[in-house]
Design a binder for this molecule. Sequence first.
Ligand SMILES: CC(C)(COP(=O)(O)OP(=O)(O)OC[C@H]1O[C@@H](n2cnc3c(N)ncnc32)[C@H](O)[C@@H]1OP(=O)(O)O)[C@@H](O)C(=O)NCCC(=O)NCCS
Length: 179
Amino acid sequence: MNIVEYTPDYENDVKDLLTQLQTFLSNIDPQGIIVVRENYRDGYFAHAMTAVKKHAGKVFLATEGNKAVGAAICLIPPYGEESRLTTTCPKCGFISDLVVAEGMRGKGIGSALLARAERYFAEQHCEQMQLCVSTYNTGAIAFYERQGLLKDCFYLRKPVGQSQTDLKLPEVCKSGPMA
Ligand SMILES: CC(C)(COP(=O)(O)OP(=O)(O)OC[C@H]1O[C@@H](n2cnc3c(N)ncnc32)[C@H](O)[C@@H]1OP(=O)(O)O)[C@@H](O)C(=O)NCCC(=O)NCCS
């Protein structure tokens, strides 16, 4: 396995990987909010590559032969006004997407991509790196914690108008703040 930077030769592989990621996330979302839209494959790829160009980004790929089997999309987005008013604004790298192809997981590819992303952020003099993960994506949370990432903030959600007894949330959401 090699870690390389994205080139257009890998466009279809990256679209496949991002679609696998979205399909995985939609399958585990207990509220059914995450979906794979008909135009997702091309639309999300275009969106991600625009963000990469705009925010000093890089796409790192794990390759086997001439096929990409994992991808990490890295950005260094600017802070918004609220953060500028309320935080020290450490220069921060953001991983918008990380995925390893089904059947290739658990072989060290995800950790190699995360390490490459961290090296890129270090080269860019970032002081922090961060990413978002859903509370119900317990496998990914275990993976990130294994790689030394610390849990930070999380969102709370409730369908408006539903009583507490109607709520059908998975245990991980019911238990409150991520321990
Ligand atoms: C999460 C993901 C990127 C991890 O990549 P990977 O190549 O499978 O992970 P690695 O093989 O590098 O695993 C590194 C360590 O994390 C642990 N780990 C990985 N996946 C895990 C899981 N689902 N549950 C528990 N531990 C896990 C491994 O056991 C390994 O531990 P070790 O260092 O003791 O051997 C990959 O499983 C994936 O694409 N998942 C589906 C998409 C997804 O959830 N992406 C993240 C969205 S935020």
